[in-house]
Design a binder for this molecule. Structure first.
Ligand code: PLP
Length: 392
């Protein structure tokens, strides 16, 4: 018998493992661990949404949906996003319903990028983007925003394009930003747009945390630059529906038509039962996200105060549910080692900054999506651990 020689896709084998998931693996089996790692809302799904899912099952909504998404859900998405963020999409031809924002990102990258094309990523950024760029055979071009309190400036984009060694096709915006909580005002976005136009860039805007913007209006790039923007949003964070896996891509109809080829090939369609639940979320459940936002804001204030009392350096997050904190100088600069020891000895899990940017090694990301009790316990343990380190 001839022996089978496994040949794998070299693009995939060359891909670095996802650091975010990798760290969670490392701490998976630690007993009695308070986990402040995942962006997993500590809320149950609204009863009205649950009922819609149950009804859909009972009504035998068990058949394939239209690949692009149920028409009624796409219409509801246009209405919801147009009304909430002053967008101007025409109709259901502007929408694809995806299996979470995760799929949306992969659909968009695979549609816009030719092999070797560059995409600008303001970093620190959500780690899985890096794998998705690889998957699409694109080139990640890092823009390090650490020098400006994690805020992208027009000049940074101009520099990055000038120094690029590959054709630069797109920029990936994500605000409020995971992991820093930074967001942008209308004026700041308008300044960025001038450069997006000048450099002829596709703007991919992942606005999954838009509802969780504190004390200011969320302004969408799809309002300001609709012809060049691919708008992405979803229900994981706004409606605490992470496990339902619902996302949306909104863009000009001709671009959506091209993206639909990729979506059709990847998943064919999102489960019909889940789409029925999503329809109720968009149409009828607009109060719950705002109530959750107020609770998150409280948690943010609590956690920032606790971290500052321990001398961590924190840029106050204006949105999302993460704090990106720099280790105090006396605790060193190695966020990976700190996070691992904190998990093993202090029994609190946070994510090392290196999962979001190569230059953020001295940082940790703490998710305050967890419940109040879990957060209080986590911060008490962090304090105890840091106090003990300082006694040594
Ligand atoms: N984009 C960002 C910036 C995120 O932080 C996350 C999840 O944490 C996702 C996308 C994934 O979202 P979804 O659950 O819709 O796939």
């Amino acid at each position: 018998m001839t022996e089978f020689t496994p040949l794998l896709n070299s693009n995939i084998t060359a891909m670095a493992p996802d650091k975010l998931l990798g760290f969670q693996e490392k701490v998976r089996d630690i007993p009695d661990l308070v986990r402040l790692t995942l962006g997993e809302p500590g809320f149950d799904v609204d009863e009205r949404i649950k009922k819609a899912a149950i009804n859909a099952v009972e009504q035998n909504r068990s058949h394939y949906s239209e690949s692009q998404g149920e028409r009624v859900l796409r219409e509801a998405a246009v209405t919801y996003f147009n009304n909430t963020y002053h967008l101007n999409y025409t109709d259901e031809r502007n929408v694809i319903v995806t299996s979470g924002v995760s799929e949306a990102i992969n659909v968009v990258f695979n549609t816009l990028l030719n092999a070797g094309d560059g995409i600008l990523i303001p970093e620190p950024a959500y780690g899985p983007y890096f794998s998705s760029i690889k998957l699409a055979r694109g080139e990640r071009i890092t823009i390090d925003t650490a020098t400006n309190n994690f805020k992208l400036t027009p000049q940074m984009i101009i520099e990055a394009v000038k120094n690029a060694t590959v054709p630069v096709r797109a920029i990936l915006m994500n605000y409020p930003t995971n992991p820093t909580g930074v967001t942008y005002s209308r004026e700041e976005l308008e300044a960025l747009i001038t450069v997006f136009k000048q450099e002829n860039l596709w703007v991919i805007s992942d606005e999954i945390y838009s509802v969780l913007t504190y004390n200011q209006e969320h302004v969408s790039l799809a309002e300001l630059l609709p012809e060049q923007t691919i708008y992405i949003n979803g229900l994981s964070k706004s409606h605490a529906m992470t496990g339902y896996r619902i996302g949306f891509i909104l863009a000009q109809a001709d671009v959506i038509q091209q993206m639909q080829k990729v979506h059709g090939a990847l998943v064919f369609a999102v489960p019909t039962v889940i789409q029925d639940a999503a329809l109720v979320a968009l149409r009828d459940v607009q109060d719950t996200p705002l109530a959750m936002r107020d609770i998150y804001q409280h948690r943010r204030d609590f956690i920032v105060a606790q971290l500052e009392a321990l001398d961590f350096d924190v840029v106050n997050p204006e949105g999302a549910f993460y704090v990106f904190a720099k280790l105090p100088a006396d605790l060193g600069e190695d966020g990976d080692a700190f996070a691992l020891k904190l998990a093993n000895e202090g029994k609190v899990a946070v994510i090392p900054g290196s999962g979001f940017s190569d230059s953020a090694k001295a940082y940790i990301r703490i998710s305050y999506a967890a419940s109040d009790d879990v957060l209080k316990e986590g911060m008490a343990r962090l304090k105890k651990y840091v106090d003990k380190l300082r006694e040594r």
